[in-house]
Ligand binder design. Structure first.
Ligand SMILES: CC(C)=CCC/C(C)=C/CC/C(C)=C/CSC[C@H](N)C(=O)O
Length: 612
């Protein structure tokens, strides 16, 4: 099955579509009954209709404010815009006095109805119980943003079956801890910068000039120098103007409008699909999903040599893949080889660990197996889990009910095996393949001959590879996550280093010998690290799986990075907040900043996405 069709099965689509075969009075009767408090199942039974049909009619009504299917040729509205605005003003006044409603109201044609629905639907108290499934950077960021939005009274449970941090982890070798998973943060990754600040953590940034080479499997094609002027001359000699153009190209084509997301989210706008969120940053980004980074850069005049060496090198290091992956993740990878990258003193996993404490969540050590929808219950999501085994006894399965549930783990069979039951539509596991990346840490003496070198001093700090057939994706000399010198162990022998080999397959003894013939210790970590970006589609997964059941990790299909997970988490927290308090004018809506030219190009991407 191709990806678009697979993703369609994942979207929230009602089985009986538009119900265009029901007459308008019947649809109106359904809505009337719903508004007077009758449950879907009761309405369905009394009217002799399938429950799904009733659900869909109500859902469409909540989205559109009308039971009619919108049509250019349909019946005209009886009220004109002026009437609607006037009605709105009156309604708003009544509502604000009567219910202290704080929602903002715009004058779009459905506002009148959604506002009326707010009277029935808006909840004036915070949801009591929220469950987050997954304790990685996505889940813990979601906890933080939910706490920020819903306040200290909301009770938040966070389920994690292993350890907090997920794919942010350290490995212990030669007496020190090293970054083993997501390892780098860009200076413009505002959420990571803010978390580090708020949580009282410190940045770890190398002041030493790092020497980087590109290796084709036989020799080092290119090596930077510790003198910037020499490096620039060498780069210019090899890549010409490409090396000067790439920085401003990345800034103009990507970084500038990517940064719009921070303002958009500060203004509490949220999007129901990953595509809609990307589109809100810049509609051109949606086009990047449908072409390769190679194609985009070639269209913009970059040479094959530059793409095959620099871009390839960055992509093999960051995602173990090639410039044939889509241009959005390609651009993120390019940002990941810019200057000024940093990580957290003590390890990046300290961010999620400290977020858990800061947000005062209730941590549940357990593996979630099932989420069941209990339609008639006040807290309709029943989460089933198996507590982590601590003693000898086999733990008994348990369950808890929630108002809101956030899934913060890839819904992918190799990673999680959560079942969904009794939902009006199918919620299936994430069909996209995840890429296996092996990080092998070795304490030993590197094999200089492999790189065509003679002297130990000439071994670069980092090696990118330009050959897609090579076993080695990248190599890097490692520094401990705690760079306070007095805490670090000394290497076991002269010319011993701790090096990290990234590869797509586990190395056998011969392969390890090739890079480290003499060694003291070796540790190998297998990650299902990020999606296999072998698709071009602008139909990325939804953030909303059901009314108040949200999913963060679909954002990884756009690009996987710590910051992307935090952006996804903030979007989901804002969706939960806007849905709960009836701020529908902040969902899937265009955000315009005064004088913001970029957003004038905004177009709606409602294909396959639904306003919940
Ligand atoms: C915030 C702006 C303006 C742009 C940044 C876009 C972005 C999300 C950059 C992340 C850069 C980065 C750290 C890329 C590395 S790829 C992920 C890698 N596998 C890792 O996490 O270690």
């Amino acid at each position: 099955m191709s990806l678009p069709s697979v993703l369609n099965t994942f979207s929230v689509k009602s089985r009986d579509g538009e119900n265009s075969d029901l007459s308008t009075p019947v649809k109106e009767l359904i809505v009337q009954k719903y508004l007077s408090g009758e449950k879907y199942s009761v309405i369905a039974r009394n009217l002799g209709l399938p429950r799904n049909t009733v659900y869909t009619v109500v859902k469409r009504y909540l989205e559109r404010g009308s039971v009619e299917t919108p049509s250019r040729y349909g019946r005209k509205r009886k009220l004109d815009d002026r009437d609607v605005r006037q009605l709105l003003r009156i309604l708003l006044k009544c509502l604000k006095t009567a219910h202290h409603l704080s929602g903002q109201i715009s004058s779009n044609k459905y506002t009148c109805i959604s506002l009326a629905l707010s009277v029935n639907n808006a909840r004036y108290v915070c949801p009591s119980y929220k469950g987050i499934i997954g304790g990685g950077i996505g889940g813990t960021s979601a906890a933080y943003f939910l706490r920020e939005l819903f306040g200290s009274k909301a009770s938040i449970d966070l389920f994690e079956k292993k350890s907090i941090g997920g794919r942010l982890a350290t490995v212990s070798i030669a007496g020190n801890e090293y970054e083993a998973g997501g390892s780098i943060i860009h200076p413009k990754n505002l959420y990571m910068v803010n978390f580090t600040d708020i949580l009282g953590l410190k940045k770890r940034q190398d002041d030493d000039v790092e020497i980087i080479s590109i290796f084709d499997g036989k020799k080092l094609l290119f090596t930077t120098s510790q003198y910037t002027v020499v490096t620039l001359s060498k780069l210019f000699w090899r890549y010409g103007m490409d090396i000067y153009n790439v920085k401003s190209w990345l800034q103009d084509k990507f970084m500038k409008n990517f940064s719009r997301i921070y303002k958009i989210q500060e203004e509490k706008y949220a999007y129901t699909t990953v595509t809609d969120l990307i589109n809100a940053m810049d509609p051109t980004f949606v086009k990047y999903l449908k072409k390769s980074i190679r194609q985009l850069m070639k269209e913009d005049g970059f040479s094959d040599l530059f793409i095959d060496e620099m871009v390839m090198g960055g992509l093999r290091m960051n995602y173990g893949q090639t410039p044939d992956i889509h241009a959005f993740v390609g651009a993120v990878s390019m940002a990941g080889i810019e200057q000024g990258l940093w990580n957290v003193q003590g390890g990046n996993k300290r961010i999620p660990e400290k977020l858990v404490k800061k947000t005062d969540v209730n941590l549940i050590d357990g593996e979630v197996t099932l989420v069941r929808y209990l339609e008639d219950e006040e807290s309709p999501y029943e989460v089933h889990y198996i507590p982590v085994k601590h003693g000898q006894e086999k733990p008994k399965p348990k369950k808890k009910q929630y108002d809101i549930v956030v899934i913060a783990t890839p819904l992918h069979n190799d990673v999680s095996n959560i079942q969904f039951e009794d939902f009006p539509q199918d919620i299936e596991n994430f069909p996209q393949k995840y890429h296996t990346t092996i990080a092998t840490f070795v304490e030993g003496e590197p094999n200089l001959a492999t790189y065509g070198l003679d002297k130990f001093e000439d071994l670069p700090d980092g090696i990118f590879t330009s050959n897609p057939d090579l076993f080695l994706n990248s190599f890097g000399k490692q520094k401990p996550v705690d760079d306070r010198k007095h805490l670090q162990s000394k290497p076991a022998q002269e010319n011993f280093i701790v090096g990290k080999i990234f590869s797509n397959k586990a190395p056998d003894e011969l392969e390890v010998q090739k890079y480290f013939p003499i060694r003291n210790d070796i540790r190998m970590i297998k990650w299902l690290a990020y999606p296999e970006y072998d698709f071009y589609t602008d139909e990325l997964p939804p953030f909303v799986l059901h009314d108040r059941l949200y999913y963060i990790n679909g954002i990884e299909l756009a690009a996987s990075a710590m910051e992307m997970s935090a952006i996804g988490a903030k979007n989901v927290a804002l969706l939960a907040y806007n849905h709960w308090f009836g701020h529908y004018d902040k969902i899937n809506e265009h955000y315009t900043e005064a004088g913001d030219k970029g957003s004038e190009r905004f177009r709606k991407v409602q294909k396959g996405s639904e306003r919940m």
